[in-house]
Design a binder for this molecule. Sequence first.
Ligand SMILES: O=C(O)C(=O)C[C@H](O)[C@H](O)CO
Ligand SMILES: [Mg+2]
Length: 403
Amino acid sequence: MPRIIDAKVIVTCPGRNFVTLKIETEDGVYGLGDATLNGRELSVASYLSDHVVPLLIGRDAHRIEDIWQYLYKGAYWRRGPVTMSAIAAVDTALWDIKGKLAGLPLYQLLGGASRDGVMVYGHANGVSIEETVEVARNYQQQGYKAIRLQCGVPGLPSTYGVSKDKMFYEPADADLPTENLWSTEKYLRVVPELFKAARAALGWDVHLLHDIHHRLTPIEAGRLGKDLEPYRPFWLEDATPAENQDAFRLIRQHTTTPLAVGEIFNSIWDAKHLIENQLIDYIRATVVHAGGITHLRRIAAHADLYQIRTGCHGATDLSPVCMAAALHFDLSVPNFGVQEYMRHTPETDAVFPHAYSFERGMMHPGEKPGLGVELDEVLAAQYPYARAYLPVNRLEDGTMYNW
Ligand SMILES: O=C(O)C(=O)C[C@H](O)[C@H](O)CO
Ligand SMILES: [Mg+2]
């Protein structure tokens, strides 16, 4: 059996922080798993190195399911982003090892390809509607078949999803959290105008998406969904905070615009009610924050029973290790919908050389055994951890709000 002889946590900051678990077996094969939790990175690094690594030494790396159950049930304290990101890192690294030992790319172990490639969506953003549409046109020219639109809100100095750099959006932007201002009224005025202008400029042969980022009440989201119906959005994401899963019922009662949710979900229990009641159309849970490939497959299989498709989170704070794992999952899962793709910076790509590729709006994980991602540890060591937080949000009267 491939006995685990070592595991270590590597924290590196090639432009942003990443936490990676590397598991080594006695026959010299190693696997990588992403454990990055934006703004709370070191908590997962500690969970892994202080509490999980000692439990791995001597185990059979082939027993992925048993190790998953051991870490989940054995901790007694279940779920939550820190625990589930740590379990995900172990799970991903073990799948990487299994693929390398089999000499097969991971997607082959997951049942083989269900499609030729993975449709991804890129992020078009700008301070104004005009700028956003211009950037979207550029994405369309690069062959993107799906584009997320986010624009500045007149009267608000900054907002979620709008950055100076059009390819490498990084939300964790400061040593301490920056404070943003929010006005629902101003926002609700601009988004339908953005979609109207985008359809006029880009036509109908491209999917258009939008992320509300948890900022509306259910009835406000219902209104926005209805206002956007003429422009046929692919989805509205994170319309309202999802702790109360029934909130989505109210949105559904008012609009046929498809709903996506789940980038902050950690387990099937966060999504169960939404799925079984068909309150959403796309589930955004992804490998690193939802318990790894093993658990994400379980969520997707449950969603498939209700014709709900996947739409994995893929922001820049998910490392190339997670991106590769997501692409193997996407290529194989029957109920795939779309994959988010935000390009990493050249510094990040140099630290994590990878086999996955992008061509005309489609991605493929490549044919290297396992995940097809490496970690250049010498280069990684040149980028020490740098504290960075996600912003916070306040209403114009100073009330703390959802970011
Ligand atoms: O990519 C998205 O849809 C996001 O909402 C990005 C998140 O804000 C980001 O990953 C938080 O770390
Ligand atoms: Mg989002």
